[in-house]
Design a binder for this molecule. Sequence first.
Ligand SMILES: O=c1nc[nH]c2c1ncn2[C@H]1C[C@H](O)[C@@H](COP(=O)(O)OP(=O)(O)OP(=O)(O)O)O1
Ligand SMILES: [Mg+2]
Length: 198
Amino acid sequence: MDKLVLASGNAGKLKELSSLLAPLGIEVLPQSAFNVSEAEEPHPSFVENAIAKARHAARATGLPALADDSGLCVDVLGGAPGVLSARFAGEPKSDARNNALLLERLADEPKRGARFYCALALVRHADDPQPIIACGEWHGEILEAARGQGGFGYDPLFLVPDLDQTAAEIDHSLKNVLSHRGKAMRQLLDRLRAEQQA
Ligand SMILES: O=c1nc[nH]c2c1ncn2[C@H]1C[C@H](O)[C@@H](COP(=O)(O)OP(=O)(O)OP(=O)(O)O)O1
Ligand SMILES: [Mg+2]
């Protein structure tokens, strides 16, 4: 494998995924470079949606494809917004409206534990029967007001208690060390390397 399509239209994710994939030493191209349409994400689990997005991009490009399906799961909301995180406040997707709705749902709520979840799926071709799957979680708490300018999505509301900083306040390289996406990617890279050595 010398080339990989990143099956995502999210600029924040693309930046993080590219930097996490750098050690692999292969050419990484966003699906926008091939005008891949946005895939359907109809499934109830992150893993299923990640596989669907990866297959969609591999089918459209004829290249291996890596997809990321991720989201925020809030304990007291029974895991919502979960797989619906990107469209929590409806269409069109808006981080600002999603964050506002999250604050509204948690108004006067003392229990604010939450986790980010990331499922990565890599398919070597569209019908690959053995996708490589890797997942990661990142625990934190939802603040009552946004803090920080970095990151994307729900980062300004996601407090990392040990650091007393939000995901939007920490350095992007530290986010890659700690995050759901970083954990999943290191696992995926381990599996890829093991496969290449077998
Ligand atoms: O590190 C993160 N920091 C903050 N927010 C995050 C993070 N990781 C996922 N999220 C949020 C953003 C979006 O509301 C949803 C992902 O939705 P998800 O469908 O996987 O991505 P998307 O539609 O933005 O792009 P695409 O499907 O083309 O990859 O979770
Ligand atoms: Mg999406």
